[in-house]
Ligand binder design. Structure first.
Ligand code: EPU
Length: 434
């Protein structure tokens, strides 16, 4: 895999445009499979996970045309395959949305188990239980799951845990089902709401997205064409906010929805960062002489503090005065990257689901690895304040979720370059991935 070479000690300044949301684009692209028509979807981030999903849609028979401005034209009328069992499916988590979409439209879906970042067990039991309650028969054979149903029937479904993926998948399966489905304890993330808005714009009847209870009135026929623009990426914006604060920078992020960033802004303000929200932009300012204050936070589903910002704020805490406590309540193993931070000089002690970070630590540049998408971004943050030149390996994981990462970082003044992997490193990556 490729690496980044990064010089520590810069102050991020300037303006960048935030891309479309990865975690909204994935379900919305899958939702075009549920529909039967021709759709323009705008503000798509051109990142690895999306390109992989588009390839999977092509393999199902969809027409897919990707324009350079991030608009994708999908023709789902030509889909004639309901099985996706290639290795591409297990490269990303969001491929599991094809289960709900194919099942909802064709009454059949066969999918290789999805992949995605590895931070503990990532079961899909609630997705499958929900499909069963709607009337599907489920067969899991090694790493392939098959769902089939003559007819899906609306039901009341109670979720044990708040799950983004299960909420989205059950909406997809219920949109064309006969009768009404009510999902209790639903996920409220902005990307869940965005997918519901997309489906409603195409004629679906989904009420309550963004609250704990979502009601879907099944409708068999939906619109056969339409256009929709994806919301900006909350976590990409949050990551650049944290980076700007860390480097005592002054940056304006354009194309954001400030209300989606409230939990992150509140935490940064607590740490002493100035956040000025505009209508669709946000300015982050941290004067060089100002000290960052330690804080505590607990990750939880929206509107709580997002788990996908946990590693980035952990790095920020290494540069704050005092001890902060971080509690990870969504994933059961999302602290794997902490050893790398310790190797740079960070003082972090873990105790079960909590980590205690004592700052301010002087970090020393070294070679570190991106463990997953968000932890990878956190490693870049560590490199931004480390003394010397940091090499971050495995950065393809970062580019799964951050569009034009090197260009945006350079635009803000970072000294960062991408170094291609040698053939022998690539061979080693492949053998260690097996
Ligand atoms: N869970 C179950 N059973 C299920 C589904 C989930 O036990 O059937 C548990 C999970 O193990 C986890 C919790 O429920 O402990 C929440 O998982 P959720 O289903 O909400 O996560 P997800 O849908 O797999 C999405 C994002 C993640 C983000 C989480 C939480 C996508 C493609 N992925 O994952 O994003 O961390 O929600 O907000 O939308 C990222 O973008 O870096 C990323 C990992």
């Amino acid at each position: 895999m490729n690496s980044y070479i990064l010089e520590g000690g810069c102050r991020l300044q300037g303006k960048i445009k935030i891309s479309g949301s990865k975690n909204a684009a994935l379900p919305i692209l899958a939702a075009t499979v549920l529909l039967d028509g021709k759709y323009h979807v705008e503000n798509i981030p051109l990142i690895e996970d999306i390109l992989t999903l588009l390839d999977i849609l092509r393999s199902l028979g969809a027409g897919v045309e990707l324009l350079a401005d991030g608009t994708v034209l999908i023709d789902s009328t030509t889909i004639n395959v309901t099985a996706a069992t290639t290795d591409a499916v297990s490269k990303l988590r969001g491929s599991y949305y094809l289960l709900g979409a194919l099942l909802g439209r064709f009454g059949h879906a066969c999918l290789k188990m999805p992949g995605g970042c590895n931070f503990g067990s990532r079961p899909i039991d609630m997705h499958l239980n929900g499909f069963r309650q709607l009337g599907a028969e489920i067969v899991v054979d090694e790493d392939v799951v098959t769902c089939s149903a003559d007819r899906l029937l609306g039901k009341n479904i109670f979720m044990d845990i708040v799950s983004v993926g299960a909420t989205v998948n059950l909406i997809l399966a219920a949109v064309k089902a006969r009768g009404t489905t009510v999902i209790y304890n639903a996920a409220k993330e902005p990307h869940v709401v965005d997918m519901a808005n997309f489906l409603n714009a195409m004629g679906a009847s989904i009420h309550g997205a963004g609250t704990d209870i979502i009601r879907i009135n099944g409708r068999h026929t939906l619109r056969s064409s339409g256009s929709y623009a994806i919301i900006p990426d909350q976590i990409e914006a949050g990551t650049y906010m944290a980076m700007t604060a860390l480097t005592r920078g002054d940056a304006v992020l354009e194309n954001v929805i400030p209300s989606h960033l409230e939990a992150i802004s509140a935490k940064l303000r607590e740490m002493g960062v100035t956040i000025i929200a505009g209508e669709d932009s946000i300015r982050v300012l941290m004067e060089p002489e100002r000290k960052l204050a330690a804080t505590n936070f607990v990750t939880s589903p929206h509107p709580g503090f997002p788990t996908d910002m946990q590693p980035q704020i952990m790095v920020l805490l290494t540069q704050a005065e005092g001890t902060g406590k971080v509690t990870e309540n969504v994933w059961n193993n999302r602290f794997q990257y902490i050893d790398d931070l310790r190797s740079l000089g960070a003082k972090i002690v873990t105790e079960g689901r909590s980590a205690f970070v004592t700052g301010k630590s002087d970090l020393l540049a070294s070679t570190i690895r991106a463990h997953d998408l968000r932890a990878g971004a956190a490693m870049v943050m560590a490199g931004l304040v480390a003394d010397g030149t940091t090499e971050i390996t495995n950065v393809d994981l970062i580019e799964r979720g951050y569009e034009n990462f090197v260009e945006k970082m350079s635009g803000l003044g970072a000294t960062i370059k991408k170094q291609p992997a040698t053939v022998s490193e690539d061979a080693a990556d492949i053998s260690s991935a097996v």
